[in-house]
Design a protein around this ligand. Structure first.
Ligand SMILES: *Cc1c(COP(=O)(O)O)cnc(C)c1O
Length: 833
């Protein structure tokens, strides 16, 4: 246990104020994730964009009394808190957790490398959980923030720890090494991913090897040649320093002599047998996977188990039982207008907390339900474990709990005592399934969270909506990443408006808006009032601008507190009349100026009259004045853009002079944010960029792919040369061909002009052309070049490996049109990595 007294001593911080000495056991970095106020210490981190010291007030109000800060607050405002002042809060966080790590003498497995870290970690957990009480990183917590939060979970009852570490630039691993201090090191592999930030691959490897400075053993695959060279050099250096205690190396290889020599790999339909020699003894494992990544990951785990002295029989038996790992939390559309979050792979307090945070972020339904299995986490008594779970559910506002398992059932009283929670309990998944009644689930968000043995995927099957197998996957994490890329280039103080018109460019509506609201975006914009109403109904509280306020929607605008764009004197008068009748004053509006786009907006000649109207009345409060750029992405039009900017400055200046209160100005869309930073004014309107596309190549580099459209093969057939395919019977193959019919057509939004080979899709990593014309619900692909095509195979329509821009080019259109055209019958799946 830690308290302000002892912590300030080993952090060498200054105890600015001490009013008591309560102990803390939770580290709080994000004020939105506060669960246990009394036992938390708040450590506000400072980055270029965000200074979390501004949230001290909020968390103090919620009952936190321990703080580690790098800026002295106004202590008189917080009479009941302890403040430790340090130079740098990130360093203090690292030092605090490094100190915590020093309290434990148990084996600690540290994993780094380019790919497979999380899978190797989770598989080692699956393979070893019977023998040890294991603490491990939740999800992919491997960053400068994720690692301390992971290692902080170490408790006296643990006898094995497994942590992963990832870095994005030189100098970071030293910190993580001190925190993890692995005794057993695993270097998974080295790829080209995340090369940015590093001079070259050697620098990246050497930086990662720093994690193993003090390890007893290092496990790696020799077949990565540069990695092998770097490990040898590293081993010599570390060896010299440490004398006799030098690190042991355990290498494996498919090609040359190594400690574990892989001699044969034999793939069956659904499993792979791997044969090896270790200490001159033959041995083998069989795993229920056939892909190369899984084979490599399994061999890493195998070597760890050999090092830990596990017997052949144990290794063989457990390898057979390896399971899939959910790398991400997914939100899917479910039955009866429910949304379902599938986290049916593990259950422990750490991952439950993460899943509940994700659930809380989703605002679409007021009712939130959790279906929860026994928590499989030893160390705590059952009573105190479920007390903590009950407390969590209560704090997160969960109204319904379905508990499945004997353990949670024994403690049902702690849940039944909660006044706002309805609960039901079942002894087993089987029992729940027998009594399952779909009518009991309506308009709610359901988190399904259970340990693997409970097989909750059977529950997921019942709750998820059945739909044809073409899905649009939306990576909510990538949206956050992209927004942050733009925030990073905004001038200080510039606000950000998220464009969520047209179902958020086809990506969804409240799902995206919830994410943006959670991220602290300042404004949202929709095209039509009904889109805004839907967001309000889903619990979005941010201000929402409506770009096309039709008179027929004025009352909805007022009722739901939406803010119209006023673009002409006529609309001004119509809306003013409506506000007057409603008996309101100072209603928020936005003035749109036409500076050259010639779509909507006041022209220069209207300004004097507009000012006069504004001065004469008290019905409106002008929140912002804005205009739209016609060609901000085009270098050849920069002079035109500059002129638009000048005209905007002039016109908006006149209006601002006349109004005696502050008004925001904005003109920049996505491409303008990076290309015309001088036009950022007080706010920018981010649209397509947040969905991963920017006309500026420099900006495009920094963005992550958000949307992935996938479909599946319904049938495969072989046709002789010269046979026609599809409507019109015009397309013919010169050679005998293999034709695959996929479940997507123009009614799903796949452009019809991509027929006859203009469009291509990706199957097993290879591009395959469209054969014949595109039908309403289906189309055919010529897959002759791809071996082994099966019914049910997944086909990528667009995504990271086949960018939407490429489709747009093939189809002579722009990404906007394809994105917004994906029809609503295509099921959306939201996830966060
Ligand atoms: C759609 C829209 C935007 C966003 O444009 P992007 O190019 O997608 O960033 C900005 N402002 C207005 C007025 C818009 O209609």
């Amino acid at each position: 246990m830690y308290n302000a007294d002892s912590t300030s001593k080993f952090l060498k911080g200054e105890l600015l104020q001490q009013t008591g000495n309560p102990e803390f056991e939770h580290i709080l970095l994000d004020s939105r994730k506060l669960n246990f106020a009394e036992t938390s210490v708040f450590i506000p981190l400072v980055s270029n964009r965000r200074n979390a010291h501004q949230f001290i007030d909020e968390v103090y109000q919620k009952g936190v009394s321990n703080f580690i800060v790098s800026e002295t607050p106004d202590l008189s405002k917080y009479p009941e808190a302890n403040f430790i002042l340090v130079k740098d809060t990130m360093q203090a966080l690292h030092a605090l957790v490094a100190h915590h790590r020093q309290q434990f003498q148990i084996p600690v497995i540290g994993i780094t490398g380019s790919n497979g870290k999380t899978i190797v970690k989770e598989w080692l957990y699956q393979l070893l959980e019977k023998d040890y009480n294991i603490v491990r990183s939740p999800k992919s917590y491997n960053s400068q923030i994720g690692v301390p939060l992971s290692v902080w979970q170490m408790k006296p009852e643990n006898d094995l720890a497994i942590f992963e570490a990832g870095i994005s630039q030189p100098g970071e691993m030293v910190n993580l090494e001190k925190i993890i201090r692995p005794t057993i090191g695993v270097f998974t592999n080295i790829g080209e991913a995340h090369n940015e930030g590093f001079l070259n691959i050697r620098q990246k490897i050497n930086e990662k090897l720093v994690l193993f400075m003090k390890s007893d053993v290092l496990i790696y695959c020799k077949d990565y040649l540069v990695l092998n060279e770097c490990v040898n050099t590293f081993h010599n250096q570390v060896g010299k320093k440490e004398g006799d205690n030098s690190m042991q190396i355990l290498s494996w290889s498919r090609k040359t002599e190594a400690d574990i020599r892989i001699i044969n790999i034999d793939k069956e339909e659904n499993s792979t047998r791997i044969d090896a020699m270790f200490k001159e003894e033959p041995m083998h494992i069989t795993i229920p996977f056939v892909d190369e990544g899984s084979i490599e990951n399994a061999i890493h785990c195998w070597v760890v188990m050999l090092y830990l002295g596990k017997s052949q029989e144990v290794i063989q038996e457990r390898m057979l039982g390896l399971g899939n790992i959910a790398m991400r939390l997914e939100l899917k559309q479910g039955i009866n207008n429910c949304s379902v979050i599938n986290d049916s792979y593990n259950s422990d307090l750490g991952s439950l907390t993460i899943a509940l945070d994700f659930l809380q972020q989703q605002r679409q339904h007021l009712l939130k339900t959790v279906i929860l299995s026994d928590i499989l986490q030893s160390g705590k008594s059952e009573a105190s474990l479920y007390e903590e779970v009950a407390d969590l559910l209560d704090k997160k506002g969960i109204q319904k709990l379905v508990g499945i398992g004997k353990g949670i059932g024994r403690e049902k009283r702690v849940f039944q005592q909660l006044p706002n929670l309805k609960s039901a309990f079942y002894n087993s998944t089987e029992e729940f399934l027998q009594e399952f009644n779909p009518q009991e689930y309506n308009n709610e968000t359901i988190l399904v969270k259970g340990a693997r043995v409970f097989e909750f995927e059977r529950i997921i099957k019942l709750l998820e909506q059945k739909a044809h197998q073409t899905i649009l996957e939306i990576n909510l994490g990538a949206i956050s990443h992209n927004v942050q890329q733009y925030q990073a280039i905004l001038k200080p103080g510039t606000k950000l408006m998220g464009m969520v018109k047209a179902f958020s460019y086809g990506s969804g509506s409240y799902e995206i808006a919830s994410q943006l609201q959670f991220m602290g975006v300042d404004y949202l914009t929709v095209a039509y009032a009904d889109e805004g109403v839907e967001l309000r109904r889903a619990g979005i509280t941010l201000p929402i601008m409506v770009m096309n306020p039709e008179p027929s929607s004025f009352d909805a605008i007022l009722q739901w507190n939406l803010e119209p764009e006023i673009y002409s004197l006529h609309v001004f008068q119509l809306f003013e009349e409506e506000v007057r009748i409603a008996g309101k004053t100072q209603y928020p509006i936005h003035l749109k100026l036409d500076t050259g786009m010639h779509r909507l907006g006041f022209e220069k000649k209207d300004i004097p009259r507009l000012i006069k109207l504004l001065m004469e009345q008290d019905y409106f409060h002008v929140k912002s004045i804005f205009s739209h750029l016609a060609a901000s992405e085009d270098p050849f039009m920069d002079a035109f853009t500059k002129k638009q900017g000048e005209l905007f400055t002039e016109m908006s200046g006149e209006i601002r002079k006349a109004l005696c209160y502050p008004v925001l100005r904005h003109i920049a869309n996505s491409a303008a944010i990076s290309r015309h930073p001088d036009l950022q004014f007080d706010m920018v309107r981010l649209g397509i960029g947040m969905y991963g596309i920017d006309g500026n190549p420099e900006m495009q580099e920094k963005l992550q792919n958000v949307s992935t459209l996938k479909t599946t093969i319904a049938q495969v057939k072989k046709i002789p040369a010269g046979e026609p395919v599809g409507y019109g019977a015009k397309w013919k193959s010169k050679k005998p061909a293999t034709i695959a019919t996929v479940r997507i057509g123009y009614a799903d939004g796949y452009p019809r002009n991509l027929g006859n080979g203009k469009g291509k899709m990706m199957l097993h990593g290879q591009l395959v052309p469209v054969a014949g014309v595109i039908a309403m619900d289906m189309l055919m692909l010529d897959v002759s070049a791809v071996p082994n095509v099966q019914e049910g195979d997944e086909v990528l329509v667009f995504g990271a490996a086949l960018p939407l821009q490429q489709l747009a080019t093939w189809g002579d259109t722009i990404p906007y049109e394809i994105m917004t055209g994906i029809s609503q019958r295509v099921k959306r799946v939201y996830f966060q990595e």
